[in-house]
Design a protein around this ligand. Structure first.
Ligand code: UTP
Length: 485
């Protein structure tokens, strides 16, 4: 019989046992009163109905052949080519600019992930991505927002979603950097919720004798965090009716893009998305499509092979719209959903999870040994009555830092940033060398506080600008041609 330190906690222990999770108390007899209280504190946050759902999902995920989904392509606003499309785009830009000038836009960044693949010590947003300036991902994003604040002459609230493991460090980083020049009253942090993980038998895993292993509830947790953390109330108070949602690791993100905002508002959309054309049929991106008439993003692994390869009569991939984690969200939509309980489906992932061995040692396994559960933001799309999907150029808007080396690494992100800025210089008539793949041998960094985009850059090309083989332009247009390090 396991005895709670306080009699009022006894029912909690009994609930755990009733749900077949008594392994949580394996080391109970050795724990100090404080450790027991801490463990019970964690247990109190568990939702046993939810854990039942996890167990069901786990069983389903072990079945050898899951049913692939029958889908239809989703409607997309393509890159503007015809005169009519160009006019519509211009109209959207004006509507977006007007909303921005009217202070109707806010920003929501998800930065609660664990960044396991990058393996950087500290929150991913603190990663120094600027090769010459050493600027962090957070600093780059903050400068973009500050540039928009100055350009539109309004306050723009920015919320950063963190999780238990990186919350304190993230907040401290912002304080240490003076909130990167932003008004601290407009920068807020919300912590996403945490979930337990299960072993193959559906038992909750402990990573210490007195501690349950918990991991963040996925980027879909953003919606709950908006409701939990007062973001929705704040938006209402400020008259904000569109949130620019993005992920911390995309170095090419265009936060608060007026064209995107305009299309979204003109369509009266609840949640909108940007997409890129897939590089090839098998590229591992989620696909926009309609399943039973509802808009969704289908994982490549859930698609029928014939759908994956299917072509349209003009030879394009039938399902070519890849999801890149860039959205606009109407806070009122989230508020309405929050009232209904905000239930996004859980996805299961087989992962390496530290655990306590039978002899009481903490083990860091080499192979996946347990299951994590996450929600994904794009699953909210199926709840929308109206939604816009806007096609964008990958080389202008999407280059994520996921891995330490190789594809989607700091190296490719820096290359893509440099290539983008090189395009601006070339448009201004500056000669920039490129190799056979079109990459620039060197590094270019232009502060968004100097120019937010190519158009702004072309309006104020600094005198005597040159590239040899490096160039940085700071907020005041101060040029440095230091060798890259
Ligand atoms: P990823 O799914 O790529 O995860 O997150 P990650 O944590 O960055 O990296 P790995 O998979 O551990 O290597 C995409 C975006 O969603 C955020 C991340 O911070 C990133 O901005 N995210 C992810 C959250 O905010 N919370 C989560 O629970 C998961």
């Amino acid at each position: 019989m396991i005895r709670a330190p306080e009699p009022q906690d006894q029912p909690l222990i009994e609930t755990v046992v009733e749900h077949g999770q008594e392994q949580i108390f394996t080391w109970w007899d050795e724990l100090s009163p404080e450790s027991r209280r801490n463990l019970l504190g964690q247990v109190r946050t568990l939702d046993f109905d939810q854990i039942r759902t996890f167990r069901r999902l786990l069983d389903a995920s072990k079945k050898p052949c899951r049913k692939p989904l029958h889908m239809a392509p989703a409607e997309v606003i393509r890159m503007s080519r015809s005169e009519e499309e160009i006019r519509a785009r211009e109209e959207a830009r004006q509507a977006g600019e007007e909303a921005l000038r009217g202070g109707r836009a806010g920003v929501f960044l998800v930065a609660g992930g664990q960044g396991t693949r990058l393996g950087f010590e500290g929150p991913k947003g603190c990663f120094p991505i600027g090769r010459m300036t050493g600027k962090s991902l957070f600093a780059m994003h903050a400068e973009q927002i500050l540039a928009a604040v100055r350009h539109y002459g309004v306050r723009i609230p920015w919320t950063i979603m963190t999780s238990e493991g990186n919350d304190a460090e993230t907040r401290e980083f912002f304080v240490r950097h003076g909130h990167f020049g932003l008004d601290p009253a407009d920068v807020s942090f919300v912590r996403q919720r945490m979930l337990p993980a299960l072993d193959a038998e559906g038992r909750i895993l402990l990573d210490a004798k007195d501690h349950l292993f918990m991991s963040p509830n996925g980027h879909g947790g953003a919606l709950l965090a908006m409701a939990d953390g007062g973001v929705l109330d704040d938006a209402r108070r400020r008259g904000v009716d569109v949130l620019s949602y993005f992920q911390v690791d995309n170095v090419l993100i265009r936060i608060l893009d007026p064209v995107f905002i305009g299309y979204h508002l003109m369509a009266g959309a609840q949640m909108s998305s940007k997409m890129v054309t897939k590089r090839h049929a098998g590229e591992k991106l989620g696909h926009f499509g309609r399943v039973d008439g509802r808009l969704c993003v289908v994982e490549y692994s859930d698609m029928l092979p014939e759908d994956m390869e299917a072509r349209t009569p003009d030879g394009r991939l039938k399902y070519e719209a890849g999801s890149i984690g860039i959205h606009l969200i109407d806070p009122e939509f989230v508020e309405r959903k929050a009232k209904d309980g905000l239930e996004l489906p859980f996805h299961v992932a087989h992962k390496k999870i530290p655990f306590v061995s039978e002899s009481g040692e903490r083990v860091e396994p080499d192979e996946p040994n347990g299951y994590k559960f996450e929600t994904f933001i794009f699953d909210a799309l199926r709840e929308t009555a109206s939604s816009v999907i806007l096609e964008v150029r990958r080389e202008e808007e999407f280059s994520p830092v996921k891995n330490r080396y190789g594809e989607d690494s700091p190296e490719t992100a820096r290359r893509d940033l440099t290539n983008q800025f090189a395009g601006w210089l070339e448009a201004a008539g500056v000669r920039v060398p490129r190799d056979r793949e079109g990459n620039v041998p060197g590094v270019i960094e232009i502060s968004p506080l100097y120019a937010r985009n190519r158009e702004e850059f072309l309006e104020k090309i600094p005198e005597g600008i040159r590239f040899e083989p490096a160039l940085t332009l700071d907020a005041d247009g101060e040029q440095t041609n230091r060798e890259a390090v």
